[in-house]
Design a protein around this ligand. Structure first.
Ligand SMILES: [Mn+2]
Length: 235
């Protein structure tokens, strides 16, 4: 198979969400993928069909996850959630993990991963941050440093233990789900990458390589490695 099919949950309708979705699909296509956008269809057969059809899954950015999914009620500063998308993504992610599919979880996607593993989120980090972590205007540029665990997949792909990344989040992983470990963190200690213990291929990052890849080729390497892995597994 030359162009592996990557499944991506629909981010939403309207111009803004189409623009955001395009930034992911563009990077994946540059890496040689074929894209399947997955609507928020929660029927078990639809999810099973997607899991067998797609070589791997990318979980993109988006609105705050509803706090009930990690056992909390909404606190001041928590944004409006999209329950249909939350439920679809959690179910799809669990099925994809069961099938050991390659995963790339970005922004909200990393938070969905932590939630699916029983972790919790900080609902608003603004009062605890030293760097502006929610900087949409500078989304194409590196704005804060992170430290990477050199043993992690993300550390190996970026070939460094320190890098600067963009930042478009106002929430962060808090308690880390059992079976996950922190592969990178910000100076304040916010997790910036997670890794699943004993899993074939999963990249989970809190920053947004899809907005950096054009100016910062090493960020495109993450999409390339993910798509190459998907291609290998479907060949
Ligand atoms: Mn950040």
């Amino acid at each position: 198979m030359i162009y592996p099919i990557i499944g991506i949950p629909l981010m939403g309708k309207g111009l803004f969400w189409r623009y955001m979705q395009y930034s992911y699909t563009h990077c994946l296509r540059r890496a040689g993928a074929s894209i399947q956008i997955l609507p928020w269809e929660a029927a078990p057969e639809a999810i099973a069909a997607a899991v067998s059809r797609c070589a791997g899954f990318l979980f993109p950015g988006g609105p705050d996850i509803r706090p009930a999914l990690y056992g909390q009620s909404a606190q001041p500063g928590c944004g409006i959630s999209n329950p249909a998308r939350d439920d679809f993504e959690i179910t799809l992610l669990r099925s994809a993990i069961e099938a050991q599919k390659p995963l790339f979880c970005i922004g909200r996607g990393m938070q969905i991963l932590n939630t699916a593993f029983g972790g919790t989120l900080l609902q608003d980090i603004k009062s605890q941050q030293e760097y502006p972590h929610s900087d949409f205007l500078h989304r194409a540029y590196a704005t804060h440093p992170i430290e990477l665990d050199p043993d992690s997949l993300i550390g190996q792909l970026l070939m460094t233990d320190a890098v600067t990344v963009n930042s478009l989040h106002h929430q962060a992983a808090d308690t880390i789900g059992e079976g996950l470990w922190i592969a990178a963190d910000s100076p304040e200690g916010f997790p910036e990458a997670l890794q699943i213990e004993d899993y074939p291929f999963c990249l989970a990052v809190q920053w947004h390589p899809e907005h950096m890849a054009y100016h910062t080729p090493i960020q495109q390497r993450l999409f390339q490695s993910f798509v190459d892995q998907c291609r290998k597994e479907t060949a």
